[in-house]
Design a binder for this molecule. Structure first.
Ligand SMILES: *Cc1c(COP(=O)(O)O)cnc(C)c1O
Length: 656
């Protein structure tokens, strides 16, 4: 990794700073209005703010020290993912602190151990930060793995004997064997039985290696979550043992001399649980399971409450799928309190609490920044030569609708205009209308729509139908990124992410816009923005000028990096790693470690079985044949460009 000092970042391509000041119409627009419009204080949690000169600032440590995001992307082309490692660390510590506080407040008699689920973000940069030894009094964060590859990473990064390794997921002999051998070496590894048949593998391998395992069982609770990820729990979930299997498992463990190995009970109600009541319900049920097992004589000692701790992506503090009605601190208190209450009832010792929060730790740490390349709008004025009285009747009718706003009500005008447009299309299809007349009809139609749209007022009753004009008339901002690569949960689950321009926030945004990506897929767009139900299909952005217009999507740190797909072969973006300078020089206290180039086209082609050298030699071969019919300079130039593009990023290069 190469460390670059901010002041030394020089190859400047980003928008220039001068001349970015507010335009004339921004008189009544204040920084506070921008913060409100884009919801920054609500989802930003103190990590983001707007500077007086209208730039998006980041506060990686959650304090007043800030950095202009625009400065970070100087010299970078194409879409870029920025990771703020201090935010990552801050979130992990905040969760540990929340549990420490709750344990103290409730006078709880056992400790808290956090583990990070690798599934949420297994990238090396992220894990290296999370699993660094920090100086604090908390039990160091452990690993939760759900597959053999994840276990290999955890074992490779594991140092010492303190960090827990929890082995979830479906397991084969190799997985179990590796986990047991790590336990034999003194690592705190727990094997959590997900299916009944796994215990037979465990028993066999334990005998083979002479290891006493730490075992856990995952239970299928009757309580289940709501929200988009609800199906990981409940009776029909594919994970965990049902009550009958738990009882059979107890018998099996006793019969095979493993009764002293059952140390942990695990459940997971699903991710992004918006409602704290769901979590409480599951906690009570799981605590009852725990106490029953303890009373049956198993040593136990750990209750693992899984993940589910949500993020307030839209900042509404509601039961909406992308929100939550509680805070991290309330979550910790509820976990501690409910477990304690059930244990008191049974006079069972309180268990150590393990939680597997991934989204809440990793989600806020990264943002995706991309550039708007152009816009697609509906109306183009082509009325020119129809201004005379000689215009066809249909044109005159539309002009009549346009010029007499008070003759009919707005809905009538819209319906009439639509009918005229339909008539025009029919005439055109029958061959009775020429291209220019059709263009004039469309132009008039959109002018009528715009005129009606201009009269809409949120504070007055407006028929729902008229609000659809918001979306219909919106301008599409074509942006240099792929939803499938960078925001897969938006595509698959319509999950909302906060979106905010990086600059011009001191200028009133006036364009009703929708962000579309550069894939050739109509699903490649952001179709849902923060805001009320009827008006969340568009986002107010700024009029494009001749300078780059940069937009950020925030809170992309959980799941998006690894669920990505390379639709249209748009692949990994570049990445910038930002760290607060540990030397703490307050004036220039940040360090940028820029270490990831975007995927090159040649590398992406290799993943789908194309060898770049083979392709090149085929190119040369066929070019040589053509060399007989054309100039060799033409052939050489062609081959050079082909090779050059093999090394290019998969995204558009706006500087070319
Ligand atoms: C996915 C998963 C998690 C992480 O859940 P979050 O809601 O992201 O915190 C935790 N535990 C298990 C077993 C999981 O499958």
């Amino acid at each position: 990794m190469e460390a670059i000092d901010l002041d030394n970042v020089s190859d400047h391509r980003g928008p220039s700073e001068e001349g970015e000041s507010a335009s004339g119409e921004s008189g009544a627009w204040a920084i506070g209005d921008a913060e409100e419009l884009y919801g920054i204080p609500r989802w930003g949690q103190g990590f983001f703010s707007v500077s007086d000169d209208g730039f998006l600032n980041v506060h990686p440590a959650g304090d007043q020290r800030s950095l202009k995001v625009m400065d970070l992307i100087k010299g970078v082309r194409g879409p870029v993912l920025i990771r703020f490692h201090d935010i990552l660390r801050h979130q992990a510590e905040r969760l540990q602190r929340a549990f420490a506080m709750a344990i103290q407040e409730e006078d709880y008699k056992a400790k808290y151990v956090g583990v990070f689920p690798l599934k949420v973000n297994p990238y090396r940069e992220v894990l290296e930060t999370l699993f660094t030894d920090w100086e604090n009094d908390y039990h160091p964060l452990g690993f939760e793995v759900g597959s053999k590859p994840e276990l290999l990473i955890a074992l490779g990064l594991h140092r010492g004997t303190k960090r827990f390794i929890l082995c979830n997921g479906f397991k084969d002999k190799g997985y179990v064997d590796l986990a047991l051998q790590a336990k034999r070496m003194g690592k705190p590894v727990f094997i959590i039985i997900e299916r009944f048949s796994e215990i037979e593998i465990v028993l066999k391998q334990c005998k083979l290696h002479g290891v006493t395992p730490n075992l856990g069982i995952r239970v299928k609770l009757y309580s289940y979550g709501d929200g988009k990820w609800a199906s990981s729990s409940g009776e029909n979930s594919k994970f965990g043992l049902n009550t009958m299997e738990v009882v059979r498992m107890c018998e099996y463990l006793r019969a095979n001399g493993l009764q002293d190995s059952l140390r942990l009970l695990h459940f997971h109600v699903g991710s992004q649980i918006p409602d704290i009541r769901t979590i409480k319900g599951a906690l009570v049920e799981a605590s009852q399971f725990y106490c029953q097992l303890r009373l049956m004589g198993f040593p136990m000692g750990y209750l693992d409450v899984g993940g589910g701790l949500a993020i307030d992506y839209d900042g509404t503090r509601t039961l909406a799928d992308s929100s939550m009605n509680y805070t991290m601190e309330q979550y910790a208190r509820d976990v501690v309190f409910n477990i304690k209450e059930v244990c008191e009832m049974h006079k069972v010792e309180e268990p150590n609490i393990i939680s597997e929060s991934g989204r809440a730790i990793a989600g806020p740490h990264s943002i995706l920044v991309f550039e708007t390349l152009s816009k697609i709008s509906k109306s183009v004025d082509v009325m020119g030569h129809f201004s005379t009285r000689s215009a066809p009747k249909i044109i005159r009718d539309l002009q009549d609708i346009l010029n007499n706003p008070y003759k009919y009500n707005r809905l009538e005008r819209l319906y009439d205009a639509r009918q005229k447009k339909e008539e025009a299309f029919a005439l055109f299809n029958l061959g009775y209308m020429d291209l220019e007349t059709r263009a004039a009809v469309e132009s008039l139609f959109w002018r009528i729509c715009q005129e009606i749209h201009g009269t809409l007022d949120e504070s007055r009753f407006t028929p729902e139908e008229l609000w659809t004009l918001d979306r219909t008339l919106s301008e599409q901002f074509v942006c240099n990124f792929s939803v499938f690569q960078s925001l897969p949960d938006h595509w698959a689950l319509n999950q909302r992410f906060p979106i905010v321009p990086l600059h011009r926030l001191n200028e009133k945004p006036t364009v009703n816009a929708r962000i579309v990506d550069i894939t050739c897929d109509s699903d490649g767009e952001i179709s849902d923005y923060l805001g009320e139900e009827a008006q969340n299909q568009t986002l107010l952005l700024h009029t494009l000028n001749d300078k780059p217009y940069m937009v950020a999507v925030a809170m992309t740190g959980a799941y998006q990096d690894v669920l990505n797909s390379s639709h249209n072969l748009f692949d990994r973006t570049s990445e910038i790693q930002v760290w607060l300078n540990p030397d703490g020089d307050p004036g220039n206290g940040y360090k940028i470690v820029r270490n990831t180039q975007p995927a090159a086209i040649g590398d992406v082609l290799r993943t789908i079985q194309y060898n770049r050298d083979d392709l090149l030699s085929c190119m040369r071969e066929s070019a040589r044949k053509h060399g007989e019919v054309c100039d060799s300079e033409v052939v050489d130039s062609f081959i050079r460009e082909y090779e050059r593009q093999m090394n290019a990023s998969t995204y558009l290069d706006p500087s070319d």
